[in-house]
Structure formats: structure tokens, C-alpha cells
Ligand binder design. Structure first.
Ligand SMILES: Cc1cc2nc3c(=O)[nH]c(=O)nc-3n(C[C@H](O)[C@H](O)[C@H](O)COP(=O)(O)OP(=O)(O)OC[C@H]3O[C@@H](n4cnc5c(N)ncnc54)[C@H](O)[C@@H]3O)c2cc1C
Length: 364
């Protein structure tokens, strides 16, 4: 049977970042992807924001990997000419009762090591964003955006430079631990042995672990929270990303823009049973109501359906937000098998740091 050193399951941004780093460390890496191209799931259905690391509990994997990942990502984009803009973000309190939340974010962000955070008043806010209404805002200068597609392409270029490769249209359907490694079978019937397997299958990570023989008790249940985005073709003067206060399940329907300057609003939260990207229902009224809280001049006739993305959640609806989960072979119970679960936001930002984290576990 053919033998492979490292197999990464999933060519999303996290799988690719891990594969690239392990290849750079001299491991022989194969990425197996079920879709016809890279990043077709969560990695291309997000806000493309480089988060600074404000929201997450100190010491959590989200906080650590976001802060380290953002710094690494800006540097990477600069060196590799991946388009990005560090334009900063404002989190808006629309009424005095919300100002305490800004102070909580400020303290949390500072604890997490986020630099440059500051609370500004209504006057300063109206200078920075004349169309935004609020009584105060938290200013985060190190939040930005990037071209996530170009980023993933660049990761693949690096991977290939270090002799790694990605195979598409190939789904890992089963696997089992043997004394010589993990035997994997793909959808085309091909069987091979891998020394190290990294399950970076995003929304399918729980399912993939079960297929690899990881016990159900050791496999987190992955739940799905879909978010819709509306594009906005109306006039806007936004120079920064603008966010309302966050909820447990999301950062709130915010204003973001892509590298081409197109404005979009989203995502909302809808818990669903199956992975389904359809844009269901008309959310214009609820979007308009929440956006007008901080952007009263919104012209709803310029909102048009955009796309959806699905958050892989390791907690149930109504629970406190969960952390990223990384299991080593002791935790998966399968020799050589590592797994990542619940890599929702800020997974794009955190990707290079998560890769580092995994590389340290796996060994160079
Ligand atoms: C609405 C939304 C907004 C977000 N906004 C941001 C943001 O602004 N900033 C930020 O930092 N993060 C954001 N995120 C989070 C970020 O997008 C994700 O953390 C990141 O894309 C996860 O990447 P991944 O590689 O883990 O998963 P994915 O991109 O889902 O990749 C997993 C891959 O595994 C493949 N796969 C699955 N099963 C198999 C199998 N059996 N065999 C082979 N291949 C398989 C899939 O086809 C897929 O390509 C957002 C997420 C959502 C949902």
C-alpha cells in the first residue's frame, strides 16, 4: 500500500496554512480536498476581516491565535503581496446603557494584548464616520481586511514550493489506525497509509473524525449557524469597518467591504440542521432595523442578496461562545490523528497561528 507522511484533510484556509508550514519544516505533505477547488466552504463565505482579538476570553485559543495570527497575517500579506488594508474598526454604542460594554471590550482586548484600543465620544465618532450615529465607540486600529482568495492561493504556492500538493475531488471516506499508521480510503477507492493525519474538515470535522474511527465520546458535536450577507449598492462614506455590539453567537450585523470597495452587511444568525448555503427568506426588514440603529441614512432599496456562510459551532444555540478545539492523538484516541473543531471566526485571522500551534504538536 502507498505510504504518505502527512495528510491534511480539507483545503480551507486552516488546512492550507497547516500544510504549508509542515511542508516548510520538511514534512512530506498531501492535502486531500473533496471539492473541485480550495476554500469553497467557510473560507470563502466570511467577512474577510483581520480581527485584532478583542472579544475572546484571555488565555483562550481564540484569543491567543487571533492576536498572534493577525500579526503574522499582516506580515505575510506584506511579504507575499496579498492585498490587504489595515483601516481600523469602530464598535458602536448607540445608547448610553451600552457604553459599559465598550469598556468591557477595551479591558478584554487589552488583557489579550491588543494594542491601540481607545474609546472615543460621539463628536470624534462623527468626524471619523459622519454617517454613523452613536454615543461612543471603541476604536480598534489594527483591524483590517484582506483578499482571502489571494491569501489561500499564496499558501498553496508556498506548499508546492516545498514539494507538498493538493488533490481535489477526493473525499476521505474512511480510515482506521493500524500499527504502521492510519489507513485512509478516498471516494475514488484509493487506499493508502499516512503517518500523520490532520482533520481540518471545518463543518465536516466531526463527521470526518467518526469516519477515521475516533470514538463518538471524544468527538465534539458540530452544530451549524448560518449567516446571510446583503451587498449594498447605495452611497456610503465609510472609511472603517463598523460593528454593533456582539452577541453570543456572532459579532452582529456589521459593515464591511472587500478589497474592491464593495460594501456588505452581515452576517445574521440562523441555526440550521444541515449544511445548506441557500439564501432563504427575506431579511431586509430585520437587517434594515439593526443597521439603522447605527447607520440611519441606510437606503434599504440598495440592499441586495449576497451570500451565506455557516459557522461550525461546538456549542448549542443560546450557550456562551465556545473556544477553538484542537485534539492531539491522545485526545482523538487514534495514533497520529489530530483534529480541529469549531474553527469559526476568527479562524481566517488565526490561520497562521493555528498552523504554528499544530506544527508544535505534530513535530517538525
Ligand atoms: C459568516 C462567517 C463570517 C466569518 N468572518 C470571519 C472574519 O471576518 N475573519 C475571520 O478571521 N474569520 C471569519 N470567519 C471564520 C473563518 O471563515 C473560518 O474560521 C475559516 O474559514 C475556517 O477554515 P477551515 O479551513 O477550518 O474550514 P473550511 O474553509 O470549511 O475548509 C474545510 C474543507 O474541508 C473539506 N472537506 C470536508 N470534508 C472532507 C472530506 N471528507 N474529505 C476531503 N475534504 C473534506 C471541505 O470541502 C472544505 O474545503 C467567518 C466564518 C463565517 C461562517
Amino acid at each position: 500500500m502507498d505510504k504518505q507522511d502527512v495528510v491534511v484533510i480539507g483545503a480551507g484556509v486552516v488546512g492550507l496554512a497547516i500544510a504549508r508550514l509542515l511542508a516548510m519544516y520538511g514534512r512530506d505533505v498531501l492535502v486531500v480536498e473533496k471539492a473541485a477547488s480550495f476554500g469553497t466552504e467557510t473560507s470563502s463565505r466570511n467577512s474577510e476581516v483581520i480581527h485584532s482579538g478583542i472579544y475572546y476570553p484571555a488565555g483562550s485559543l481564540k484569543a491567543l491565535s487571533c492576536v498572534q495570527g493577525a500579526a503574522a497575517l499582516y506580515e505575510y500579506c506584506q511579504i507575499k503581496s496579498v492585498p490587504f488594508r489595515r483601516m481600523g474598526k469602530l464598535i458602536i454604542a448607540t445608547e448610553p446603557a451600552q457604553e459599559d460594554r465598550l469598556r468591557t471590550y477595551l479591558a478584554q482586548g487589552q488583557k489579550n494584548g491588543v494594542e491601540g484600543l481607545d474609546i472615543i465620544g460621539a463628536d470624534e465618532l462623527s468626524v471619523r464616520e459622519p454617517d454613523v450615529r452613536g454615543v461612543a465607540a471603541l476604536w480598534s486600529p489594527h483591524t483590517g481586511i484582506l483578499d482571502s482568495h489571494r491569501y489561500m492561493l499564496s499558501l498553496i504556492n508556498d506548499l508546492e514550493k516545498y514539494a507538498g500538493q493538493v488533490v481535489y475531488r477526493t473525499e476521505v471516506v474512511s480510515g482506521c489506525s493500524t500499527h504502521v499508521g492510519t489507513e485512509l480510503q478516498t471516494s475514488d477507492g484509493y487506499k493508502f497509509i499516512a503517518n500523520t493525519v490532520i482533520n481540518a474538515a471545518g463543518l465536516s470535522a466531526g463527521d470526518v473524525s467518526l469516519r477515521l474511527g475516533v470514538a463518538a465520546e471524544s468527538t465534539p458535536i458540530i452544530r451549524y449557524a448560518r449567516g446571510r450577507y446583503y451587498r449594498y449598492t447605495g452611497k456610503s462614506t465609510f472609511a472603517h469597518l463598523v460593528y454593533p455590539l456582539a452577541t453570543n453567537a456572532s459579532l452582529g450585523v456589521h459593515i464591511t467591504m472587500d478589497m474592491g470597495g464593495e460594501l456588505r452587511f452581515g452576517p445574521d444568525v440562523e441555526w440550521i440542521e444541515q449544511v445548506d448555503y441557500s439564501f432563504e427568506g427575506n431579511a431586509i426588514d430585520s437587517f434594515t432595523a439593526s443597521i439603522k440603529n447605527y447607520f440611519p441614512a441606510l437606503q434599504e432599496e440598495y440592499l441586495c442578496e449576497g451570500y451565506t456562510g455557516i459557522r461550525p459551532k461546538v456549542v448549542a444555540k443560546g450557550d456562551e461562545a465556545g473556544d477553538f478545539i484542537v485534539h492531539n492523538p491522545e485526545q482523538t484516541g487514534c495514533q497520529g490523528v489530530y483534529a480541529l473543531y469549531g474553527i469559526e471566526s476568527p479562524g481566517l485571522t488565526a490561520s497562521l497561528a493555528l498552523a504554528n500551534f499544530i506544527a508544535n504538536l505534530v513535530g517538525k
